[in-house]
Design a protein around this ligand. Sequence first.
Ligand SMILES: [Zn+2]
Length: 255
Amino acid sequence: MSERFFPALLIALLGLFSGSFINICIHRIPSGKPLLTPLPQCPSCRTRLMPIDLIPIASYIILRGNCHYCGASISPRYPFIEFLTALLFLLVYFKIGAGTVLIKYILVTALLLLVTFIDLDYYIIPNSLVLAGLIAGAIFLPLTREHTLISALSGIIFTAGFLLLLNIVSRGGMGMGDVKYGAFIGIILGWPLSLLAVFLACLTAGLTGAILLITRCKRGKDPIPFGPFLSMGTFISFMWGENIKKLYIYLLSGL
Ligand SMILES: [Zn+2]
């Protein structure tokens, strides 16, 4: 455990700063703005923030959740995303350990978070993100050798094909962004894990939709973005998919 302490500390720091960058990307990718410069502004007084105002979590705590310049309150979502990114990166590190597979899943986790929050805010999944994910998936396929090319292609055909079917049946209720995102999930997870990801996404989206309707938070025709559920299903599948598969087989054998 102790030999993992310093790598884990580095991963946590990487997660915090990645989370801070993800916060910037969530606002800039949909509008096509440059990602690295300039530094972000306060949404209230438009003052350009300094690096000291952008230290993940610490700046928020020191400034007590208020803008350094105008005192307007800052959304707690910013430190939450920084914390969540660090937590997920650490979970991935402790599950996978060091190596090429870790690099792949750290990048995948960052992309899953980006898609989740962009889809929640803007109801879109940007093509640029999906394309970057597909290229990364193709590069890592021979490097990590987690699954074969046939498995990746089967995953793409099943996931994108199934979501396309839902797109047609729902007459566009399921967006084409989700269909393209499905191709990314297919290449990352391969077959059959991509099946589990889609199953978990449908299950959690169905339950969430039902709860939102019962509690009257949403009406029948209000859209619910599907990207966050696909992202969650993908994360659970690459982290614990093999365990879920074993449990499923064990339960079946007991019947
Ligand atoms: Zn301000």
